[in-house]
Design a protein around this ligand. Structure first.
Ligand SMILES: *Cc1c(COP(=O)(O)O)cnc(C)c1O
Length: 462
């Protein structure tokens, strides 16, 4: 496909400007370009078709279901975007007089109030730009609190082996060293291993619950007590809250701080690099250290962060209402269990039993027997017009495929997905070669993912 720079040509541009009615000004020679800027000159139809063609080459929500795990909420209600586009929200300036943006301040305060209730925290800060950014903020709170008590020995953050990669990374960025605790045979925290890991050097513990295997930590109160008894603090990674929102609260499970990804659970589309926002919550003993507090850890983002993400979150919460919030999480869990049970016969669930909003299957033995890997299978799904699930995560499961249907898919869609997955499985058994060569129907086949990640071509060289 051609780039926009390779389309059009001199005179194709369709802007018709009025003749200049101010005196011409000659810039000093040193400030004048020696060659033209090299912008594309394209007509309106060419531009429109170009972007239409790009859209046709990608897979979006309007094309089908999107079972990526660890990324809750795929369908973002249109009303959020509609409200975030209102001029009173979209056209304000951060340096505007406070008195002229009281409505926007009310949006932030109202959202914080609802999220305090949902998380069971005493304070919510809304200025961080991403989940990892929120983790960093929360860990700085822990650090500041230990320092305020003169406890300089607490230098370690404990992280389970099933954790999202950002957890150890944020801990390292905040200046802690990371201690890994292995999961038990049931995929949950091993209490004995945790007890052995905590000590006078423990600053805190980070946990995703339900964890990245889609399992709720049954012993959650014991877990947070073990950490607290050792003098550490508990951090809840609530990036994906749609298994539990409106039902149980991190604050009641014994957590001291939490972040929520508003771009995963609260109606801002995610992927493609943002903008996102994290709500960072904490208990009252940590509030003085929040950005803006008396003993602030410092500002982490300019002004009020990505304010329009907060607008979408509030629109979502208000449109669901008090009864709609737990209903959404209930449906997310029901849908995941329904799909898991439909396909479990062919796709062995890594840790069998009821799941929360997502579940992980392992194709390890399938790969051994048939030579078809989880990657091959995901590529085969693309040829059937399906978006693949998350692959090779969490790392504790080999040949993992992690499915998360979410609350917005209908029973019929899940039935269709199960039929298609089962048919693809049978095809892989009959002719593994087909999957090893998939996809054949997409604009590109199998890119070199390492090369694409390490040396992305982000610049156009004419
Ligand atoms: C996505 C995610 C994060 C990180 O969020 P970003 O906004 O991508 O920084 C952290 N933890 C979990 C469990 C996640 O799914």
């Amino acid at each position: 496909m051609k780039l926009i720079f390779e389309r059009g040509g001199t005179g194709h541009g369709s802007a018709i400007l009025p003749s200049c009615d101010v005196p011409a000004y000659s810039f000093p020679e040193s400030m004048v370009r020696s060659s033209p800027l090299g912008l594309p000159e394209v007509g309106e139809a060419e531009v429109s078709r170009h972007y239409g063609a790009l859209e046709n080459r990608s897979f979006g929500l309007n094309d089908g279901a999107y079972p990526l795990g660890s990324c809750t909420m795929k369908y973002n209600p249109k009303i959020g975007n509609q409200l975030a586009s209102l001029r009173g929200f979209a056209d304000i300036h951060p340096l505007q007089d406070d008195a002229t943006v009281m409505g926007c301040r009310a949006v932030v305060e109202k959202t914080a109030e609802y999220l305090r209730e949902i998380t069971g925290m005493d304070a919510i800060d809304l200025h961080c730009a991403a989940g990892a950014h929120g983790e960093f903020a929360g860990l700085l709170l822990f650090k500041a609190w230990h320092a305020s008590r003169g406890d300089s020995a607490r230098t370690k953050i404990i992280v389970p082996d099933s954790a999202h990669g950002t957890n150890p990374a944020s801990a390292a960025m905040a200046g802690f060293s990371v201690v890994n605790v292995p999961s038990g045979p049931d995929g949950r925290i091993d209490l004995a291993a945790l007890s052995a890991a905590v000590g006078p050097d423990t600053a805190g513990f980070m946990l995703t619950n339900p964890n990245t295997l889609g399992l709720f930590e049954r012993d959650i109160l014991k877990i947070t007590r073990i950490v607290h008894d050792a003098g550490g603090l508990c951090y809840y990674d609530g990036a994906n809250l749609n298994a539990i929102m409106g039902r149980v609260r991190p604050g009641d499970m014994g957590f001291d701080a939490v972040h929520l990804n508003l771009h995963k659970t609260f109606a801002t589309p995610h992927g493609g690099g943002g903008p996102g926002a994290a709500a960072v919550g904490c208990k009252s003993f940590l509030t003085p250290f929040l950005p803006g507090g008396e003993r602030s850890i410092g500002r982490l983002k300019a002004f009020h962060g990505n304010f329009l993400v907060v607008v979408r979150a509030l629109a979502y919460l208000m449109s669901l209402g008090r009864s709609g919030v737990p209903e959404a999480s209930g449906r997310a869990v029901l849908n995941a269990n329904y799909l898991m049970n439909l396909i479990a016969e062919k796709f062995p669930v890594a840790y069998p039993g009821a799941c929360m909003h997502e579940f992980v299957v392992s194709l390890e033995s399938f790969k051994k027997e048939r030579g078809v890997s989880a990657l091959d299978f995901a590529k085969g799904m693309q040829d059937l017009g399906m978006h693949p699930p998350t692959m090779y995560f969490p790392l504790v499961v080999h040949e993992a495929l992690m499915f998360e249907p979410t609350e917005t898919e209908s029973k019929e869609t899940l039935d269709e997905m199960a039929v298609a997955l089962t048919a693809l499985y049978d095809r892989a058994v009959a002719d593994p070669e087909i999957l090893r060569n998939a996809p054949t129907s997409t604009p590109i086949g199998r890119p070199d993912e390492v090369e694409a990640a390490r040396h992305p071509k982000l610049k156009y060289a004419p």
